[in-house]
Design a protein around this ligand. Structure first.
Ligand SMILES: Nc1ncnc2c1ncn2[C@@H]1O[C@H](COP(=O)(O)OP(=O)(O)OP(=O)(O)O)[C@@H](O)[C@H]1O
Length: 680
């Protein structure tokens, strides 16, 4: 076939697909309206007849179930319609022609964001990018290939591969390529301007990324990936893949992502809906801890408070103290303390439940032997319930609720204290650490270094709730969680996990490689994958950033841009003039720019100075929840995970131990242009 013929046949196929998509949407619309009518008439029937329904409620129940079934079916129709409407805009982006082993003619498989068959049960015209056969598109060039189908491995040969760009239903380009995902297309995608949200990458998923996305074997998958290597993108596409392949057992509400902050959560929030899935829950671990510690302390510092202190007071030993309290050694000391705590904590006294008397020895026996497996602060309750039960069985009568409560209090008074804050202070004192201020609940604010130790103590003493309903946990920025935080996480979640991060981006003066201790915590179920190729930055920016880390073996996509500008200014005036000039020039070509500082105070000052000079900026702090088009001012640590077309790093000339890491994180946020400014 000549090139022209091939193109014409592609355009005819596109037109055919669009026609069929429209017909299917019309059919679904009709079914939806029919469903609405059904629902309405079921409602009418119910209201007319519910007084006469059978007394046991069977008929009522059946009616409710039928109604629910119809409502769900209509919701599904609505979702399907939305998906198909999106597909009209761009129905597919790739095609593989595959010659099955033993066959004579190859079959064409078009690949898009969803499956599409003109009628239910018919062979699809388009295959979802997550379908088994679509793996061929991402994993192979022309030649021998295979894919995993539910029934086993399918062997054959790829005879041709095509890539398309279809926009608003029109073919922008279609070309046959014999390489995997053409680098030129990837460069085009990356060379375009940054969105205010992370993009979906289905068109250009790379082979090594695809391997991670389609991994269903490993219980705990740990991805160490360079800045901009696509870790977050891959983790989200993996979720979409898992949801597609295990629809029966896995729902979006069964998945939780631990993310650094709300801005980041917003930044990634549209990807799953775009891929036709519901969004998933997101939570910051610090916020979770804060909520869990209500009742023990009235306030807690978070990671950002800790970082600010670290930058402002590098000489005060804050880091050393934090690291100590997050270490395996410290957990060991807490365990040692817990092993001997009972003697210090308990003050047994004989008790009476009406006429049933129990001596101190009997209570001690129950407490130390019968119920020894129950966490210590929950154990007295178990002893009490056991004895109330004994009384009620003996006298064949139930005790009133309020009396049981009085008895419970009497038993609880056998604890010297139930205040975990006080108990933590005992531990600190016993082990030679500085103790916390002995103050009432309302005034207690935990320093960040104590937040997770106290939470650990709480779970060990009261027992923690296992979050059994969560079937998959995603931990982004894994390098920023401490040993102790992982120990707490492993107590809370026993599900499958995708853990991803970059040791070079640790929010500390030194890198932390969590892979040195994760296997100890999660066992041998861990699989580690390294992603070395960076996609975000131009070569100029990536090479500049690499100077700060000493990480080797990094690969870059050959995308060039403007050289990095490094400048020192004698006055704010000069710095602002230059920054505004470059940002103004950028506004013509780009969508997003960021001015990144080391501390929040510096970010507020920059916001004020830039606004005063008429540059509209949006300041992101820990209370922000979205990031917008235009110029953003924030700290390097709030900008983690985000990216901007232009980045202006504004740092004081005086360095502190965090400066290297801060500059690295700042530099790797830039897609096209990077300016590193210093104020004298
Ligand atoms: N296969 C791909 N095709 C197109 N774009 C990609 C691909 N992989 C990654 N990217 C792009 O590279 C950029 C970085 O991706 P992402 O934010 O997922 O990386 P990351 O490893 O989480 O980065 P960081 O750790 O630096 O925050 C994004 O713009 C993303 O769209």
């Amino acid at each position: 076939m000549s090139n022209n013929d091939a193109m014409n046949s592609e355009i005819r196929f596109l037109e055919e697909v669009e026609e069929k998509l429209k017909t299917r949407i019309t059919e679904i619309n009709a079914l939806f309206l029919e469903g609405e009518k059904q629902i309405e008439s079921m409602h009418d029937y119910y209201w007319e007849n519910y007084t006469e329904m059978d007394e046991y409620g069977y008929e009522n129940y059946d009616n409710q179930q039928a109604l629910l079934g119809e409502v769900n079916a209509n919701n599904e129709r609505l979702m399907k319609k939305q998906r198909l409407k999106k597909m009209i805009d761009s129905p597919y982006f790739g095609r593989v022609d595959f010659l099955f082993e033993g066959e004579e003619e190859s079959e064409s498989f078009y690949i898009g964001i969803g499956n599409f068959a003109p009628k239910a049960g018919m062979t699809p015209l388009i295959y979802d990018w997550r379908a088994p056969v679509s793996g061929l598109f991402y994993d192979y060039d022309r030649g021998q290939a295979s894919y995993e189908a539910p029934g086993g491995t399918i062997e054959g040969e790829i005879t041709s591969k095509w890539q398309y760009k279809i926009k608003k239903g029109k073919m922008v380009y279609a070309f046959e390529s014999d390489t995997k995902i053409d680098d030129e297309i990837l460069k085009q995608e990356l060379g375009s301007n940054g969105d205010v949200q992370l993009k979906n990458i289905v068109r250009t998923i790379q082979k090594e990324q695809n391997e991670i996305i389609r991994n269903v074997k490993d219980k705990v998958l740990v991805i160490q990936g360079a800045a901009g290597s696509g870790k977050t993108s891959v983790a989200l596409h993996r979720i979409a893949y898992l949801l597609y392949h295990d629809r029966k057992n896995l729902k979006a509400s069964d998945i939780l992502i631990l993310s650094p902050n709300s801005v980041f959560a917003d930044y990634i929030s549209h990807i799953l809906p775009e891929l036709g899935e519901e969004n998933i829950q997101e939570m910051s671990f610090d916020l979770f801890a804060y909520r869990e510690l209500k009742g023990i302390v009235s306030d807690c510092e978070d990671r950002y408070d800790y970082l600010e202190k670290l930058i402002h007071f590098p000489e005060m030993g804050i880091r050393e103290s934090y690291l100590k309290k997050q270490s395996a050694g410290f957990v060991g000391e807490m365990e040692g303390f817990l092993a001997v705590l009972e003697d210090q904590l308990m003050d047994f006294k004989p008790v009476k439940i009406r006429t049933l008397e129990k001596t101190e020895e009997e209570l001690i026996h129950l407490f130390y032997f019968k119920f020894q497996d129950i966490p210590i602060l929950a154990r007295m309750d178990a002893v009490m319930e056991y004895l109330v039960d004994e009384y009620e069985t003996l006298y064949n009568r139930n005790l009133p609720e309020d009396e049981v409560e009085e008895i419970r209090e009497k038993f609880n008074r056998m604890y010297v204290t139930r205040d975990i804050y006080k108990i933590y202070n005992w531990f600190l004192e016993d082990n030679g650490y500085e103790t916390l201020a002995k103050i009432p609940y309302e005034n207690r604010k935990l320093q960040y270094e104590d937040v997770f130790p106290v939470l650990y103590l709480k779970y060990r003493m009261l027992g923690g709730t296992r979050h059994k309903h969560i079937k998959h946990l995603v931990i982004d920025e894994m390098q920023d969680y401490s040993y102790l935080q992982y120990v707490v996480l492993s107590r809370l979640f026993s599900c499958r996990m995708t853990i991803l991060g970059d040791r070079a981006q640790t929010l500390d003066s030194q890198m932390q490689d969590v892979l040195t201790f994760l296997p100890k915590i999660f066992g041998r179920t861990i699989r580690k994958i390294i992603m070395n190729k960076s996609y975000r930055n131009t070569i100029e920016i990536a090479e500049y950033a690499a100077k700060f880390t000493g990480e080797k073996d990094l690969e870059y996509l050959e995308r060039h841009g403007k050289p990095v500008t490094e400048k020192t200014f004698d006055s704010d005036e000069e710095l602002l003039n230059e920054l505004i000039r470059e940002a103004d020039a950028g506004m013509d070509k780009y969508e997003t720019a960021a001015v990144l500082t080391e501390t929040m105070d510096e970010a507020y000052t920059m916001t004020r100075m830039l606004s005063n000079r008429g540059l509209p900026v949006n300041c992101i702090d820990r209370d922000s929840s979205t990031f917008e088009k235009g110029v953003t001012v924030t700290t390097f640590y709030m900008a983690k995970g985000l990216e901007f077309d232009q980045v202006f790093g504004v740092f004081p000339k005086r360095e502190n131990p965090m400066t290297g890491q801060a500059k690295y994180i700042c530099a790797t946020r830039a897609l096209h242009e990077l300016y590193m400014y210093e104020r004298a």
